[in-house]
Design a protein around this ligand. Structure first.
Ligand SMILES: Nc1ncnc2c1ncn2[C@@H]1O[C@H](COP(=O)(O)OP(=O)(O)OP(=O)(O)O)[C@@H](O)[C@H]1O
Ligand SMILES: [Mg+2]
Length: 396
């Protein structure tokens, strides 16, 4: 065998297919191992101090209220020295103490699309952490995975390739078989947070939506998800849509269905340049729809969340790019920033986020604290925007 033959070993299509099988098999094996014994993710539990922080009261207020016996009591842990509350129990407490921050009776859910043209900027991580953070604050959350990669679905402990059927996704509404996404909504491992999954089969939407438009002039290819979310808007408090790294037909639908638009953006030149193209492409498309189809659309808010900020080496270049981001998106950049952190990497390695970490977490406590306070701050700021959006609805 010549050196060239050794380097360039031909790979047949059959061997690539075999590779695909092997990757899928290994993925299932890893998932099985990580989520043993029941192959299911578990929601976190809370001690009284954590519960007090969620309710924004003193730890003693929790002890006192426990004596009244009108809220869930939790259970003592195995060693009998600490009371623990399930997520569901904690949410009952939080809803009691944070009643004035929750959705007003007749308001609709506020829908937020998390979007950016560029891959790997933190869209899925942002969607999931916000959903979990907002759920811990007592809101009823629906998460819709609009990305055929199904990364968000994976964070729910569901394997897109083998465990997601068409009827669990938004595909039926894209093909016109369903008018509403409600039949696709599933309960998840996390009480108070439901999910519509995604899988590679959702790529079909990219052919179906334009083809429906070609056949029927009155069809609104950008409005399908918006209409399909109608029922869910009264059922939930907040709806979060994770989108693929492209301005696909499904992304356009997610954006047009939303009251708020959130763009995660790492402070690096390529990501910032790509974001500029995203806004250009989107505004060209929207301009066309305004001109040709008389479309009108108003967002309650558009925000940029600076993500994956390198804490060490916060050098001149990074500072200059951050400055550039602030100038470009004046008034739209959230003051919360997400650092690039081992905490996110470590939790992602077991198909989770920092909010899935338990007391047995492998993450260094200081790293954990820094990271969670950044995610909590982002959640607080999004909650404030959501509340303003509810107020706007009520003023109408
Ligand atoms: N703040 C962070 N610190 C460290 N790693 C991060 C952080 N945010 C995200 N990551 C990691 O970066 C990778 C990409 O993140 P994520 O999947 O959220 O991006 P995305 O924009 O949704 O990607 P895609 O465009 O492929 O959908 C993941 O492995 C994730 O765990
Ligand atoms: Mg993603």
């Amino acid at each position: 065998m010549t050196i060239l033959q050794e380097i360039l070993k031909p790979e047949s299509l059959a061997s690539i297919m075999e590779q695909a099988d092997r990757a899928e098999f290994l993925m299932e094996a890893v998932r099985g191992k990580l989520l043993a014994p029941e192959n299911k993710k578990e929601a976190p539990r809370f001690n009284a101090t954590q519960l007090a922080a969620l309710c924004d009261v003193d730890r003693n207020a929790i002890s006192y209220r426990l004596t009244k016996g009108d809220l869930p009591k939790g259970v003592m842990n195995e060693s009998g020295n600490r009371r623990e509350f399930s997520l569901e129990e904690a949410q009952v407490w939080v809803r009691e103490y944070r009643a004035k921050f929750l959705k007003p009776p007749k308001a609709d859910a506020v829908c937020i699309a998390v979007a950016n043209f560029k891959g790997g900027v933190g869209k899925t991580t942002t969607t999931m952490t916000l959903a979990q953070g907002l759920s811990c604050k007592g809101h009823k959350v629906l998460v819709v995975d609009c990305d055929p990669q199904g990364s968000l679905t994976t964070l729910f402990g569901i394997l897109p390739a083998t465990e997601v059927r068409e009827e669990d996704t938004i595909l039926p509404v894209c093909v016109g078989a369903e008018q509403s996404i409600t039949p696709a909504i599933r309960k998840s491992y996390w009480h108070g947070m439901d999910v519509v999954s995604a899988a590679p089969l959702l790529y079909a939407a990219e052919f179906t939506l334009p083809s429906r438009q070609m056949k029927d002039d009155s069809f609104k290819f950008w409005d399908v998800l918006n209409v399909a979310l109608d029922e869910a808007r009264s059922e939930y408090d907040i709806i979060l849509l994770d989108t693929p790294p492209s301005l696909s037909y499904v992304t356009i639908n997610a954006i047009f269905a939303s009251d708020g638009l959130l763009m995660p953006l790492p402070p690096n030149a390529l990501a910032v340049a790509s974001a500029a193209q995203f806004w250009r492409l989107f505004s060209d498309l929207a301009g066309g729809l305004v001109e040709q189809r008389g479309v009108t659309k108003e967002f309650d808010f558009v925000r940029v969340l600076v993500t994956q900020v390198k804490t060490r080496g916060n050098d001149d270049a990074t500072m200059a790019i951050k400055d550039w981001i602030h100038k470009t998106y004046e008034g739209k950049v959230m003051s919360a920033e997400i650092p690039e952190t081992k905490a996110t990497e470590t939790s992602a390695a077991s198909f989770g986020t920092i909010y899935d970490e338990s007391s047995k977490s492998m993450i260094d406590p200081r790293t954990y604290k820094r990271a969670i306070s950044a995610y909590d701050q982002a959640t607080d700021q999004i909650e404030a925007l959501v509340r303003a959006s509810w107020q706007r609805q009520q003023a109408e």
